[in-house]
Design a protein around this ligand. Structure first.
Ligand SMILES: [Zn+2]
Length: 346
């Protein structure tokens, strides 16, 4: 089968690799129909050290179950399923607490784990299929597919940022980052009833989409200027909730700078800083710093009806569609910010 393999920064290729096969009785093999390139794939695309064997990429996919192991009960051959970016058993202590990304038997797709490939491929082995896969109530050509595909990661991650930043009805929210996750964070904040939603970003197309998703204000400045602008927009106190969807030191400094006393920050950008900055301002402001990898699996049931009934349209973040052979071009387009998010169809 064809799969996307990254060898070093900027060197991503589509290659023939062995077909995945069932290794455990709890496995499923999924033939992928739709997949995406994630903003988080751009970190290795910028930074990866060269690797002789490469790393199979991708962690966002929808597909049709091709085979299941003897112990799989909840999905069968022919089912259309969505997978979260992490696999999990659904039965351990942390899965029961809704933190599926900390499943004691779990792991992640597309990070080079032994015998677990990636989602930017024609097929993938899914460990712990019962706990991981969610059967979709539509066909693979359904018009809602782009939005359903965001349940694998970005919509669930934007929602997680909003939940961990404690977004509540009537509150003031800021979203740092105008990538797909930030845009889904705007959807999530509005869905949870925020009254004011300030997007921090400067890319015109993305900002326009953010406004359609529910952003009420836009701040294009960065650093201290951005902090001043947000304070001006919020009667000088700052916001109750910050959705930090970038992961840089500067983004965290801004987040702490714009959170009002007693506020909360939901971090979903993978941190590319060693220490959380501004310890004293966050301490004296009683600011909660929360967030982490979104337990997307636990949010699928909650978000799915809103997509099926048309209340949210996160699939609008896709602005480039490609086949598997052109995935490297898709990486380039996202890295150069020419595309918000790339959908791969098979
Ligand atoms: Zn678990």
């Amino acid at each position: 089968m064809k799969a996307t393999v990254m060898y070093s920064a900027g060197d991503v290729r589509v290659e023939s690799v062995p077909d995945p096969r069932l290794l455990e009785p709890t496995d499923a093999i999924v033939r992928i129909t739709h997949a995406c390139i994630c903003g988080s794939d751009l970190w290795p695309y910028k930074e990866m050290q060269s690797s002789e064997h490469g790393r199979q990429m991708g962690h966002e996919f929808v597909g049709v179950v091709d085979a299941v192991g003897a112990d799989v009960r909840t999905v069968k051959r022919g089912d259309l399923v969505v997978a979260p970016f992490a696999f999990s058993d659904g039965t351990c202590e942390f899965c029961h607490e809704g933190i599926h990304t900390s499943c004691v038997h779990g792991g992640f797709f597309g990070v080079g784990m032994e015998n677990v490939g990636g989602g930017q491929a024609e097929a993938v082995r899914v460990p712990l299929a019962d706990g991981t896969l969610f059967k979709l109530p539509v066909g693979k050509d359904d018009a809602l597919m782009p939005s359903l595909l965001t349940l694998t990661d970005v919509m669930g991650t934007g929602h997680h940022a909003a939940v961990t930043a404690r977004v509540r009805p009537g509150k003031k929210v800021a979203v740092i980052g105008d990538g797909a996750v930030g845009l889904c964070g705007v959807i999530a904040a509005r869905r949870l009833g925020a009254e004011q939603i300030i997007i921090l970003g400067r890319h015109p197309g993305r900002i326009a989409l953010a406004r359609e998703f529910g952003a009420t204000d836009v701040v294009g400045e960065r650093g201290n200027e951005a902090i001043e602008c947000v304070r001006e927009l919020t009667g000088s106190f700052g916001v109750h909730s910050v959705l930090e969807c970038v992961g840089t030191d500067q983004a965290m400094r801004t987040a702490i700078g714009i959170a009002r006393p007693g506020g909360a920050i939901g971090r979903v950008g993978v941190p590319h800083y060693e220490e959380i900055p501004n310890a004293q301002p966050s301490f004296y402001g009683n600011i909660t710093v929360s967030g982490g990898p979104a337990p997307v699996r636990s949010y699928i049931e909650e978000l799915l009806p809103d997509i099926l009934e048309g209340r949210i349209e996160p699939g609008r973040v896709f602005d480039l569609v490609t086949g598997i052979d052109c995935v490297p071009t898709g990486y380039q387009a996202m890295n150069e910010r020419k595309a918000i998010k790339v959908m791969i169809t098979f």
